[in-house]
Design a protein around this ligand. Structure first.
Ligand code: ASP
Length: 433
């Protein structure tokens, strides 16, 4: 009998998760799922996060130390940042066109608006408080934050990936500068540890079908709460808004990325898609680009043939700063909330959305729900009361799952384009298992 591929196993896990979740909400088994099923999903996410920082550190040092031409590094860096910003701005522009065309804000009645505002006032407050710290940041704060003053503090939190990248860069470049009699054993060490960490990722992935099953079952129970009818009526009220966001995200996956992949690389989009599909499934199940990162790196390197030098730099950076899906969600949500609150958006407002949504998607953490917190800043910039978040909170988790898929796909796209332009594609993927 033919062995099932990992993707098929994860797919089956998802399906079982959906069945368990739906049965639980209709037969009152929510408590059971939260106590006995969901923890297996939490364990899965913890394992992925556990390996993310060691993986970034070791693979980046290993990657850079293999480079013979370090001027290539600044070229790769420049291309990466340029492409990240360009794709984000383009994504937001597409989202704005869509939001103005569909105008989802006009589909929500004033009564529903008041009802949602009252119902979710407390949840909004929590997000507003979380956004306070970001708003008061100085202009160059982000640059300051990239340079760690203590390596161990940087390594001890999953929220400081850019600091880890910074140190790995410094270490890797210094290693290239060091005489080989001193650097050779260190290089061999990092090379070996890197191979071991990749095997740990493989081991974690064996557990993925169970982890994904538990995550999906737990999510369905969490999102619908104890009243599935109430949840359904909420989703229906927000239907046009949700569909507009989904249309924007779908355009990226099925329109934008295929075009850029076929314009700038020799890879067929179908093969590209197949190669990163496991990472997309995980992005969907975990709603976290950071938790998905180890798998994204493995898919891009092994399946797409992107060199370790490019993968180990472009992807961790992308997980932190490049969020096309999040920026689409922010642009459409900002227009939706503004219109629902009776604001007329001028051209200047729309341009403000482009700038602030770009910055806030860069600043958003790669964890579930981060985009919603940053939306407070976009709304503030166009003079809309952030209390408007109440209108979309109920739908945030499902949309977060989808936008995280786009975030991860965007990172993989840029990594592939950069690698292709630098001759860093080791093979052209054909039939990936
Ligand atoms: N969950 C997203 C990510 O991790 C961020 C967000 O949009 O909330 O990529």
């Amino acid at each position: 009998m033919k062995k099932l591929s990992l993707v098929a196993k994860i797919g089956i896990g998802m399906l079982i998760g959906v069945i368990i979740g739906v049965l639980a909400i209709f037969w009152g088994g929510g408590e059971f799922v939260l106590n006995w099923v969901k923890p297996f999903g939490t364990i899965f996410i913890s394992m992925l996060k556990l390996i993310a920082i060691p993986l970034i550190l070791v693979s980046l040092i290993d990657g850079i130390s293999n480079m013979t031409d370090t001027s290539k590094l600044s070229r790769i860096g420049g291309k990466t940042i340029g492409l990240y910003i360009a794709t984000t701005v383009l994504a937001i522009t597409i989202a704005l066109v869509l939001a103005n065309f569909v105008n989802p804000g006009s589909f929500i009645s004033p009564e529903k608006r008041t009802e949602l505002n009252e119902k979710f006032a407390k949840d909004v407050q929590i997000r507003q408080q979380a956004a306070e710290g970001v708003k008061s940041a100085r202009p160059l704060q982000m640059m300051e934050d990239i340079v760690p003053d203590n390596l161990f503090t940087a390594l001890s939190t999953n929220g400081q990936m850019l600091q880890v990248i910074f140190f790995a860069f410094l270490f890797g470049i210094a290693m290239v500068m060091t005489k080989s009699e001193y650097s050779a054993p260190v290089k061999a060490f990092f090379n070996g540890v890197n191979a071991i960490i990749l095997n740990i990722v493989d081991l974690i992935m064996k557990y993925a079908p169970i982890g994904v099953m538990a995550l999906i079952a737990g999510l369905i129970v969490d999102v619908t709460g104890d009243d599935p009818k109430d949840a359904l009526s909420l989703f229906a009220a927000l239907g046009v808004y949700g569909l507009t966001v989904i249309a924007g995200l779908a355009f990226m996956i099925f329109g934008f990325y295929p075009v850029v992949i076929s314009l700038f690389t020799k890879i067929k989009y179908r093969n590209f898609f197949k190669a990163i599909f496991p990472a997309q499934l995980l992005a969907f199940s975990t709603s976290s680009s950071a938790a998905t990162l180890p798998v994204t790196m493995e898919c891009v390197e092994k399946n797409l043939g992107v060199s370790e030098e490019v993968t180990s730099f472009v992807l961790p950076m992308g997980a932190t700063v490049n969020m096309d899906g999040t920026s689409i969600h922010q642009a459409i949500s900002a227009v939706f909330i503004a219109v629902a609150f009776g604001h007329h958006l001028t051209l200047v407002d729309q341009l403000t959305i482009v700038v602030t949504a770009t910055l806030s998607s860069i600043g958003a953490a790669a964890v579930p729900g981060a985009g919603l917190i940053m939306l407070v800043i976009v709304l503030g910039a166009i003079g809309v009361d952030p209390a408007g978040l109440a209108l979309i909170i109920a739908l945030d988790r499902p949309l977060d799952m989808l936008r995280t898929v786009v975030n991860v796909t965007g990172d993989a796209t840029v990594a592939t384009i950069v690698a292709s332009s630098e001759g860093e594609l080791n093979h052209i993927p054909e039939n990936v298992e």
